[in-house]
Each structure stands twice: as C-alpha cells, then as structure tokens.
Ligand binder design. Structure first.
Ligand SMILES: N[C@@H](CCC(=O)N[C@@H](CS)C(=O)NCC(=O)O)C(=O)O
Length: 200
C-alpha cells in the first residue's frame, strides 16, 4: 500500500503517524509547515481544501480526518490486533473511546484555545472559557475513573483508542494535574517506541 502522510508536528497528524509506526507500515512523510501558512498554499488546498492536517494519500485517493484514518488503518490490519474484532465483547467500548476522543474530549480544550488565543479579540466570548475549562475537568474525571487499575482503555491491551484519546490528552498536559491515573497513562504512552519514532 502506497501511503503518504501530510504532517505537521504537534498537531492531530501525530495520530495516524503514531498508528503507522505501531503497525510497522512503510509510509512517506510530507511535512506541511502549517505555522508558516503552507496549509493555505494552492498545492496543499488541492490535497485538503480546508487547509488542515493531517491528510493521507492512499495510492491515488486522498483521505481526510485523523479519526477516520486511524479507524480504517486499524481495521485494514486485523493481524496487528490494535482493535478488538467487531464480534468481540470489548468492541463496543473500543468504539466508544474512539468516538469520545473527537466528539467529547477534544471539544472543550479547542473552545478554550479558540476563545483565548485564536479568534480575533472582538470575536471572542470570554464566558465560554471558564465554562469549557470546568466541563473539561468533569470529562477528565470520568476518564480518570475509567483508567483506574488499567494500563490502557481496554485493560491490559493497547489499542488504537489509546492513540486517539492519549494524543488528545497530550495536547493539554497542563489540565491533568488533578488526575494521577491520566498522568501515569500519558507517561506509559510516551514510553512506547512507536510513539517516540512518530514524534522524533
Ligand atoms: N477533524 C480534523 C481536524 C483537522 C484540524 O483541524 N487540524 C488542525 C491541526 S491539529 C489544522 O490543520 N488547523 C489548521 C487549519 O484548519 O487551517 C482531523 O481530526 O483530522
């Protein structure tokens, strides 16, 4: 399979790169200097009209959305056992955490960033920030409890859900101070050789 990953460090593009490393697949890395505006270039807009990373080229086909890439790559390689089989009793939990990472966990930190740094000052809604911070803490509490006594979200076995959830937590380490299970979890994930290779 001929895969090119359009990638900017310290963004959501770490998710598919980390997974590609866990799977031991060959891939080409195409760096995009998002912070220098390369996402807005005519060439890159032909890859992703929204100018965002990651994007993945599979043969001639372009795929967007980090979560979709992770889902598809994992299911394409069932022999690597990074997800339970669809018939397995732990599959519903796997699906839950995969979706949770993007639909629930990442929304509040994104709102904080948007309304404290990214939007022009005139467009920011200040009251959103404390609300989102508090909501984020409530969500972390649930996640912390779910990880008690476990190495990974599904128990002893690492899965792609840990890439999705763990990478999201790693964007906001400063919010984890009250949660020892989450801190230990992040450390465990940081120590994985595939993670180190993906973020070198
Ligand atoms: N839901 C998309 C979000 C992609 C996204 O917004 N990426 C950010 C970096 S983490 C980006 O490229 N932002 C720049 C922009 O949207 O112009 C995904 O998970 O792939």
């Amino acid at each position: 399979m001929d895969i090119t990953l359009y990638y900017t460090p310290q963004t959501r593009s770490v998710r598919p790169r980390w997974l590609l490393e866990e799977l031991g697949l060959d891939y080409k890395l195409h760096p995009i200097d998002l912070f220098a505006g390369e996402g807005e270039s005519k060439e890159y807009k032909e890859i992703n009209p929204l100018g965002a990373v990651p994007a993945m080229k599979i043969g001639d086909q372009i795929m967007l959305e980090s979560g979709a890439m992770c889902h598809w790559l994992t299911d394409f390689h069932p022999d690597k056992k990074l997800a339970p089989a669809v018939q397995d009793p732990t599959r519903p939990k796997y699906e839950q955490w995969m979706m949770f990472s993007q639909a629930t966990l990442e929304m509040q930190p994104w709102l904080v960033l948007l309304h404290s740094k990214i939007l022009p000052e005139a467009d920011r809604v200040d009251d959103i920030v404390p609300w989102a911070e508090q909501r984020h803490q409530s969500i972390l509490k649930v996640l912390n409890a779910a990880l008690e006594g476990k190495d990974y979200l599904l128990g002893d076995e690492f899965s792609t859900a840990d890439i999705m959830v763990g990478s999201t937590l790693m964007f906001v380490p400063e919010t984890l101070t009250e949660f020892p299970e989450l801190q230990a979890y992040i450390k465990r994930l940081n120590d994985r050789p595939a993670f180190k290779r993906a973020t070198n």
